[in-house]
Write a protein that binds this ligand. Structure first.
Ligand SMILES: NC(=O)c1ccc[n+]([C@@H]2O[C@H](COP(=O)([O-])OP(=O)(O)OC[C@H]3O[C@@H](n4cnc5c(N)ncnc54)[C@H](OP(=O)(O)O)[C@@H]3O)[C@@H](O)[C@H]2O)c1
Length: 320
């Protein structure tokens, strides 16, 4: 059964490809490509990447996996510029135009199905950025537009320039800050929601016992929520979730994902994995039925208000 993001039809769950190239330890290209192919076989159509993953090599990997096929909906993102010693955010028209050319080339496609602004820049009016993205639609280089981690006001201003099809923001049992204002605004405007990191970057699966389990250079180790006492406190909640999952004969990750899948028919989470076993487990979670009592028990196990630590070391570009 498919779901709708605005007027774009996709499978009920997507696949995040970021971790195949970096952030969560080393990947294996052959296995990653096999994961993408298995996902398509299982009815996952929305394949998610970004120009900054790698940087660039994740788009190339995804391009190789999708070459010669047409059974996918391909999403990528631009706007985070990685540079020596840090990163900046750009959305000026010239940057939009040069970014899309790079992505089209690396992905090996004539058009990108869903093109997101990855973060909202502080110094460029959203009207300029979305205006330039709309030109790409007119030119046939892009089919639908999205924003990532945008605030409610930005969504309204952007949508007034050109219809926004999807908002991609972090949304999971332990990251629920978009629920108060941003989700209702997206729904009012008919914008679909694509929750990223729906497994809490893997922690909600119960797979990690301490920060020592993150390998060298793992992105999570440097984030407040995943380190020191914060992680210890958060893992106690994950243990509660795991106990609930054991009672039901499913995994903690499946409960966490099924909870996100139950947020609404306009919600298409994109769990990320580079392993077929995890992919299959995640896809199975999309058809788990949860009652209102189940949902309440899951929320009581991981109360978002009790989660310790921010999800990024610098939250200044989030919800802008
Ligand atoms: N717009 C944005 O700013 C933004 C930010 C972050 C991510 N994203 C997108 O969202 C996608 C998903 O988010 P994410 O990858 O950060 O987080 P996630 O989906 O919450 O978690 C990914 C982590 O969970 C592990 N995992 C996945 N399924 C599992 C299972 N069934 N059992 C045990 N472990 C499992 C993965 O392990 P393995 O790696 O070992 O498979 C990986 O370490 C990304 O791939 C990316 O495309 C977007």
């Amino acid at each position: 059964m498919s779901r709708s993001l605005g007027s774009l039809e996709v499978g009920p769950q997507g696949l995040g490809c970021m971790g195949m190239s970096e952030f969560y330890g080393a990947g294996d290209e052959r296995e990653s490509i096999a994961v993408i192919h298995r996902a398509l076989e299982l009815g996952v159509t929305l394949i998610d990447t970004a120009d900054m993953y790698g940087p660039h090599v994740n788009e190339e990997l995804v391009g190789r996996a999708l070459a010669g096929r047409s059974d996918y909906v391909l999403a990528t993102k631009f706007g985070i510029v990685r540079e020596e010693g840090g990163r900046s955010i750009r959305g000026d028209r010239a940057y939009v135009r040069s970014s899309v050319e790079g992505s089209l080339k690396r992905l090996g496609v004539d058009a990108i199905d869903l093109y997101y602004l990855h973060r909202v820049p502080a110094d460029t009016p959203i009207e300029e950025t979305v205006g330039a993205m709309a030109e790409l639609v007119t030119e046939g280089k892009v089919r639908f537009l999205g924003l990532s981690e945008a605030g409610a006001d930005t969504l309204r201003r952007a949508h007034a320039v050109h219809p926004i099809t999807a908002l991609q923001s972090e949304w999971s049992l332990w990251s629920r800050d978009i629920e108060a204002e941003i989700v209702p605004t997206a729904r009012e405007l008919g914008i679909g929601i694509v929750p990223y990191s729906p497994l809490g970057r893997g922690v909600l699966t119960g797979r990690f016992a301490s920060s020592a389990d993150f390998g060298k250079g793992d992105f999570r180790a440097a984030n407040p929520r995943f380190s020191g006492e914060n992680l210890d406190a958060n893992l106690k909640m994950v243990a509660e979730l795991k106990a609930l999952a054991d009672e039901r004969g499913v995994t903690a990750g499946q409960l966490a994902l099924a909870w996100v899948q139950h947020r609404g028919s306009d919600v298409v989470p994109i769990p990320g994995t580079k392993r077929i076993k995890y992919l299959e487990e995640n896809v199975a979670a999309a058809s788990l039925e949860l009652s209102s009592d189940d949902l309440a028990a899951i929320e009581a196990a991981v109360p978002a208000s009790a989660v310790a630590g921010d999800r990024y070391p610098d939250m200044s570009s989030i919800g802008r």
